[in-house]
Write a protein that binds this ligand. Structure first.
Ligand code: GDP
Length: 365
């Protein structure tokens, strides 16, 4: 399954945020690997559509969908020099599908930073520099091989050489591969290079509690957002410490806390949804009967493979899928009314699943 890795300099609030995330998914503790690897946590995806479906098509139980976060600790500075733990840090980042990059964006003299100051852009650049140097090493090694092959008539080598030559100067200037525009063919080549700075990233500003109600007004946030936008990335503000507290409260207490802070929903929910999107994940639903449930699929997944997420037999014996869009159920309020409006669709094996599809799969056993 896909995983988002939490990265950042020491003492910026990574563990606090990771704890908040895993506490929010506390019932998930009996997932076997959550106990095997303390650095991996399952998180439930907050989705108001589930409540609405349950209201319209009541089921015995409602099950939200989940995905994975990985806490990537370790040495950052000098990592690209390949020293022991630093090497492991890069290796861990190589394993994740997207990066959640946490930076310190609150003032508190009692909590030290490794640099002795609060400077989120400098923090971002420190990490991105290490990742960029590691990528430049990889690109140079690859160039050595490909240059030779490209001298002949090897078309693939020529294409890869062109891509490598496009990437190299950007990395040399301290930039990230994700900031480069590639066409579709180039994208395939880039994907095969497994470069660290080509992974999608979400910058998370760990803001002060007093900015919780309006994260964008944190004095540090605008610069972080601007940096992210230049890279074609996103930035959000979350106050890690209070979020960890909120995550441990029961529903009533949570509501009280949020009202007192003047916040509509936990910032953690925004973080979870943004990370889910960053990974290219979407949700379909199965509704009614024993349980109404949300399921995670990778954008672009076709109907039989989506059926296979529920059970491999469903994929093998797939006949068709009966689908209504969540928006149509929301509007017409009963499955029968959706059908009467001509909005219930029968889809075959080439159908590309859409976010919000409510599905009943038909299959042979
Ligand atoms: P990590 O090294 O990046 O994992 O950082 P930690 O999560 O261990 O946090 C470092 C210190 O900062 C701890 O003492 C936290 O309690 C504190 N901290 C983390 N987030 C916040 C926050 O949002 N506000 C305040 N005031 N302190 C925080």
């Amino acid at each position: 399954s896909l995983t988002a890795g939490i990265v950042g300099l020491p003492n910026v609030g990574k563990s606090t945020l990771f704890n908040a995330i895993t506490k929010a998914g506390a019932e998930m503790a009996n997932y076997p690997f959550a106990t095997i690897d303390p650095n991996v946590g399952m998180v439930e995806v907050p989705d108001k559509r589930l409540d609405r479906i349950q209201e319209l098509i009541p089921a015995k139980k409602v099950v939200p969908t989940t995905f994975e976060f990985t806490d990537i600790a370790g040495i950052v500075k000098g990592a690209s020099k390949g020293e022991g733990l630093g090497n492991k840090f890069l290796e861990n980042i190589r394993q994740v599908d997207a990066i959640v990059h946490v930076v310190r964006a609150f003032d508190d003299d009692n909590i030290t930073t490794v640099t002795g100051k609060v400077d989120p852009i400098d923090d971002i650049e420190t990490i991105n520099l290490e990742l960029g140097i590691a990528d430049l090493d990889a690109v140079n090694k690859r160039l050595g091989k490909v240059q030779r092959a490209a001298k002949g008539s090897d078309k693939e080598a020529k294409a890869e050489l062109a891509v490598l030559n496009k990437i190299k100067p950007v990395l040399e200037a301290g930039g990230s591969v994700r900031s480069i525009a590639f066409d579709e063919d180039e994208q395939k080549i880039v994907k095969g290079l497994f470069l660290l700075t080509s992974k999608p990233v979400l910058y998370v500003a760990n803001i002060a509690e007093e900015d919780m109600a309006d994260p964008e007004h944190s004095k540090y946030f605008p610069a972080i957002k601007e940096y992210a936008e230049k890279e074609g990335a996103q930035a959000i503000g979350v106050a890690a410490a209070p979020e960890e507290e909120i995550a441990q409260l029961d529903d009533d207490e949570k509501k009280e806390f949020l009202e007192a802070e003047g916040v509509e929903e936990p910032g953690l929910n925004r973080l979870i949804r943004a990370s889910y999107k960053l990974l290219g994940l979407q949700t379909f639903f199965t509704a009614g009967g024993k349980e109404t449930r949300a399921w995670t699929f990778k954008k672009g997944t076709k109907a039989p493979q989506a059926a296979g997420i529920i059970h491999s037999d469903f994929e093998r014996g797939f006949i068709r899928a009966e689908i209504m869009a969540f928006e149509d159920l929301d509007k017409y309020e009963t499955p029968a009314a959706v059908k009467d409006a001509g909005k219930l669709r029968l889809e075959g094996k080439d159908y590309v699943m859409q976010d919000g599809d409510i599905v009943e799969f038909r299959f042979n056993v």
